[in-house]
Write a new protein. Sequence first.
Length: 225
Amino acid sequence: MPKSKRAKIVNLTKTDKKGREVKDKLFEEIRECADKYAYIYVFEVLNMRNTFMKEVRADWTTSRFFLGRNKVMAKALGTTEEEEYKNNLHYLASKLTGNVGLMFTDSAPEEVRKYFANKKELDFARGGAIATQEVVIPAGQLMRGDTIVPHNMEPQLRKLGMPTTLVNGAVMLKNDYTVCKEGDTLTPEQAHILKHFDHHLAEFHLTVAHYYHDGKVVEMDAMDA
């Protein structure tokens, strides 16, 4: 009879008492979820926004999500064959790199994939993001949609790098102003300008590449093969 993998003691990184308690709690919760749920998915978050992630959790109230602390999550699953909590879980633990998380659920892959494919939300891009399109503010009096940009915004826009002027109380541009081009890495100033003019260049969405079920790690793309 094979030895149980659940009795093994795994040492976490040394830290202060409070931090250690948080890590220990996360470690135990992940192992409890591994026992409770039929499927474990590793998902990646693009353009993370807490508001939209809360919506995802609300849509999956019978499931559990864990984000952050990749090393602790990987330790809980087991990073080697000797330490893994269940057979082959160390293969899933190896996928915990980057901006990823774990989803524990009883829902089958098709349901999860369909939901994630449809859960996309536009938002304002932040500094450091890649511009998905060119944005040009036309010359003339500045407008935000159908609304005239108020005169008291002119100093702020100029501080952000826009060559604006005040003409009889109207905020003006002498020439077209290119805020960004597609593929640019946005500066904080560019991100602020895009937000001022209501340009959503970021899209929050989740992707799932691998899941664990019945002792096997499956690549989602392989399901279509």
